[in-house]
Design a binder for this molecule. Structure first.
Ligand SMILES: *Cc1c(COP(=O)(O)O)cnc(C)c1O
Length: 236
């Protein structure tokens, strides 16, 4: 077995085991392969192993890969920081954006989503541990942002995303994910009670090091890079 194929099998087994342990329905959890700083060949190997969802953080790099792999009909997720002068390219290239952290960016993405494409799926990024250096909405600002963003015509608000504070302590990791789950449930209740566009179904959280506690607390998309592709090349 080639390494990427093997790594994917191991990652899927981890997801299966976590779903079992925490009484989650396996079909409600999907794997997003984070392919930033990985080659087109590495992505092709992951596609051969059955994956179709890929996450990218750097727009220039992503644009090239998306173009080169166009024929494969993959689903591309933008998970990186967003500069407002880049929203047009993002709105044109991606199926999903997980990292919307300002209302203004959501408006631009909606305005710029091409008319002949389906609405852009978005998640609002939450700065769940109130970290100075991390982007994302404050927990207290999410409800107002949801109300405003949910009415934008060319977006489909799918859920929330977080990158909790780095920690080796599983209890701490789980606590951050648990607060995300509480926030997610309250937003979902509010949306469902208004019977709006009822497509709020995504909790994007958990990476290579912490996908199990994320699944324990309700993650529906885990974003895994290193454990699928190996270490990233820091020089590019
Ligand atoms: C890089 C990245 C990941 C993947 O992290 P790994 O630790 O390599 O699995 C997930 N989510 C986001 C937002 C990232 O930037």
């Amino acid at each position: 077995m080639i390494p990427i194929e093997h790594n994917i099998a191991v990652t899927l087994a981890r997801i299966n085991r976590a779903a079992d342990s925490y009484d989650r329905k396996r079909s409600t959890i999907s794997l997003l392969a984070v392919s930033k700083k990985q080659t087109v060949e590495a992505i092709q190997a992951a596609v051969a192993a059955g994956l179709i969802d890929f996450g990218e953080n750097y727009l220039q790099e992503a644009e090239q890969k998306i173009q080169q792999l166009h024929a494969l009909n993959l689903s591309w997720h933008y998970i990186g920081g967003i500069q407002s002068n880049k929203t047009q390219t993002i709105a044109r290239l991606f199926s999903w954006v997980h990292s919307v952290d300002r209302i203004k960016l959501a408006r631009r993405l909606s305005d710029q989503r091409p008319a002949d494409m389906p609405p852009l799926n978005i998640c609002l990024q939450v700065n769940i541990d109130n970290e100075e250096a991390k982007s994302g909405f404050d927990v207290d600002h999410i409800a107002a942002a949801v109300t405003e963003i949910n009415s934008l015509p060319r977006l489909q608000l799918r859920g929330l995303m977080a990158i909790p504070a780095q920690s080796d302590n599983v209890a701490k990791q789980r606590d951050s994910f648990s607060r995300m789950r509480t926030l997610y449930d309250s937003v979902k209740d509010a949306i469902d009670s208004k019977n709006d566009k009822a497509s709020f179904d995504t909790l994007s959280m958990g990476m290579s090091a912490d996908l199990e506690p994320a699944i324990a607390e309700g993650a529906t998309i885990v974003r895994v890079g290193t454990d699928i592709f190996g270490p990233r090349d820091r020089s590019v």
